[in-house]
Write a protein that binds this ligand. Sequence first.
Ligand SMILES: N[C@@H](CCC(=O)N[C@@H](CS)C(=O)NCC(=O)O)C(=O)O
Length: 245
Amino acid sequence: MIELYFWPTPNCYKVSILLEELSVPFTVIPIHIGKGEQYTPEFQSINPNNKVPALVDHDGPDGKPITIFESGAIMIYLAEKSEKFMPQSTASRIAVLEWLMFQMGSVGPMLGQAHHFRKYSKITIPYAVDRYTKEATRIYNVLDKRLGITPFLAGDYSIADMAVYPWLRPYRWQGQELSEFSNLQRWYSAVRERPAVQRGLKVMEERLNPNKGKPTGDAWDILFGSSHSDDKKQTKPLVNKGPRS
Ligand SMILES: N[C@@H](CCC(=O)N[C@@H](CS)C(=O)NCC(=O)O)C(=O)O
């Protein structure tokens, strides 16, 4: 059984998308980072860095449980265990690791800084806004150039694509327009259309609110409760008979 310590953020979506792609059953354990749940001693024993995601696989190596933090390490573990989305040959495997490391070292941290200084900072620091917006543009150009050569970042669709995609979804927060990067835009649409990607992005809402979208309370009674009987229905006019006199 796999437990995913999760909050709906780009780094966590990387793992939920991969688990959905693998069709592996998993339990979501929400860690509300806005309430500081990442700082509890229980969670710290799982991730000494106090950040999500983290993962526990109760059926780890040699049948023993394994605890993993850092989204890149979690993705490598799951891909290697399942032998999917990570090729076996050295050259292809290194290509996946290159683009995964690029995501972990550049895409995530730099675009995260762009989010911070463009959106969350309580004061506007023009130097920081300019620096991280330019860095975002530079990163988008690196990705766009690569995707002009290969359909996906490492050739075939892999954990590298799953790692980058969630970070590009808030592209406007990063001061970017996808339409200015035609190869990237083509790739973005291809990844977005994958059903597992769509499920991975909804993982918390579906697992934690299984009734979401279903009518509850008064709405349920109105639609399906006793007032739904034919008798009651007929107490109301079915046809508008025009203005009352
Ligand atoms: N390098 C880490 C970064 C994890 C990270 O920054 N997680 C964010 C959410 S995307 C977090 O937990 N933030 C809460 C905090 O910083 O207190 C990874 O990829 O797993």
